[in-house]
Design a protein around this ligand. Structure first.
Ligand code: GDP
Ligand code: IMO
Ligand code: MG
Length: 436
């Protein structure tokens, strides 16, 4: 009865969608447990690109149960669009939405924009999907949940309260006129509720039954450990627990049940949004990686900042999450460079740091110390696909050396190596679920 969690080990966009898509083929249930439409998880299958924002990345398989857990914040309009897009490709995900998941409302989008404007240098450069304001209302116990939407009386009562609080805040604190009336929002969201009602059911019972019947569960994280609200680079991260603790609270799974925690590691760093990134690089190498890897945000289209791999934050992520294995992605993207660097530690005021400091101003002052590696040749798409079929042994020598160095430095074995976008372009060293 393995339960595996897939967690972003860096700053998001590590390639979690691809890793989840692979391991999901042997899972009975796949659960998204945090974040919302700020996430963009890409899966390339049979030459077609799918981008999921809410839907679990098991959604391409016809026979899986895909759960949107209580820890997710749902933009119902976007979710309906996602479901419809899949249906247009004749894919009908077997979806279960937790009645405990919170709903993103028009106030949240307006506040996300208004707050970011005021934050200046403290802005995280959010995706403007209303994530922070929605989680704030959840914590403040004035949020509206999926289950509330299904009861017209409850929805009306809660919306009435929220509308007063939010319109006053927007107007008097931020000087913004809010264009929606309470009635407009009520009607619009009742419409979404009627379209989503059929999917709403309590996943906790379903997950308990799945555990009792010894079937496999895959827990899909959004964002990455350095964006975690508690353990990430505050205030430049997101508003949910992106690390493995969030999988327990956001899905309703006991910590003792999780048997594997897979950390997804892009073999360099990328980041969208503000805040310090000690290993950031500019110029020729950064442009090479960004263009070759099409490193533009899946959700917002923003160019991603690029950096060398950072073992300080990775070591920390492995500790926080207790990674049992690493899933590397983008070995093909990093090919073709003469030299590749890895940050082994930081220097802060002359002191050696193996773990990142807690405060962003210290983080900003950290100087990365690098170890240099020879690069490896680009084998071309066909060459990488051939390597994927043949296994780890046939990776270029320098790439193996690089990956082994990372794995040994962190003390976590390699489970998976991505060498291309497609489902097949992966070398799997360790299955977490038994093949049937
Ligand atoms: P996620 O948010 O962690 O799921 O990652 P994104 O989907 O935002 O970004 C990862 C991008 O990398 C997507 O375009 C994937 O198709 C792509 N990708 C994932 N693994 C690999 C890999 O091993 N090689 C290449 N070339 N692309 C990959
Ligand atoms: P996936 O799941 C990369 C970043 C934003 C911003 C900060 C807060 O695709 O890896 P938010 O909208 O959450 O309030 O923004 O977090 N961010 C991500 N960066 N990948 C993501 O998701 C992200 N989700 C949020 O750029 O800096
Ligand atoms: Mg992404």
């Amino acid at each position: 009865m393995p339960i595996a969690a897939v967690i972003g080990a860096q700053w998001g966009d590590e390639g979690k969608g691809k890793v989840v898509d692979y391991y999901a083929s042997f899972a009975h249930v796949v659960v998204r447990f945090n974040g919302g439409a700020n996430a963009g998880h890409t899966i390339v299958h049979k030459g077609k690109k799918f981008k999921f924002h809410h839907l679990p990345s098991g959604s391409l398989y016809p026979n899986k149960i895909n759960v949107i857990g209580n820890g997710v914040v749902i933009d119902p309009k976007k979710l309906i669009e996602e479901i419809r897009q899949l249906q247009a490709s004749n894919i009908h995900p077997n979806l279960v939405i937790s009645p405990r998941a919170h709903i993103v409302l028009p106030y949240h989008f307006a506040l996300d924009g208004a707050e970011e404007e005021l934050k200046g240098g403290l802005a995280a450069g959010t995706t403007k999907r209303g994530i922070g304001p929605c989680y704030s209302d959840k914590a403040n116990r004035i949020g509206i949940r999926m289950g509330d939407l299904l009861s017209k009386d409850v929805f009306r009562k809660k919306l009435h309260l929220l509308h007063q609080i939010k319109t006053k805040t927007l107007q008097h604190v931020y000087g913004k006129d809010f264009q929606y009336s309470e009635e407009q929002i009520y009607e619009e969201y009742c419409g979404y509720a009627s379209l989503l009602a059929a999917y709403v059911a309590d996943p906790v019972l379903l997950l308990q039954k799945t555990i009792s019947s010894k079937k496999n569960i895959l827990l899909e994280g959004a964002q990455g450990t350095m964006l975690d609200i508690d353990h990430g680079l505050y205030p430049f991260g997101t508003s949910s627990n992106t690390s493995v603790g969030g999988a327990c609270t956001g899905a309703g799974i006991a910590p003792s049940r999780i048997t594997h925690t897979i950390g997804v590691v892009k073999v360099y760093s990328s980041r969208v949004g503000g805040g310090p990134l000690p290993t950031e690089i500019f110029g020729k190498d950064a442009d090479f990686i960004r263009e070759k890897g099409k490193e533009y945000g899946t959700t917002t289209g923003r160019p991603r900042r690029i950096g060398w791999l950072d073992l300080v934050t990775l070591r920390y992520a492995a500790a926080i999450n207790g990674f049992s294995g690493l899933a590397f992605t983008r070995v093909d993207t990093l090919s073709g460079l003469g030299k590749i660097k890895v940050c082994t530690h930081y220097l802060l005021d002359g002191k050696k740091l193996l773990f990142p400091p807690a405060s962003y101003w210290d983080f900003e002052a950290c100087k990365p110390v690098y170890k240099e590696f020879e690069g490896w040749t680009d084998l071309g798409q066909k060459g990488w696909s051939a390597v994927a079929k043949k296994g780890f042994r046939l990776l270029p020598q320098q790439a193996k050396k690089y990956l082994r160095f990372i794995s040994e430095s962190i003390g976590v074995p390699i489970y998976f190596v991505g060498v291309g976008e497609s489902r097949e372009d992966a070398i799997v060293l360790k299955e977490v679920f038994k093949r049937k």
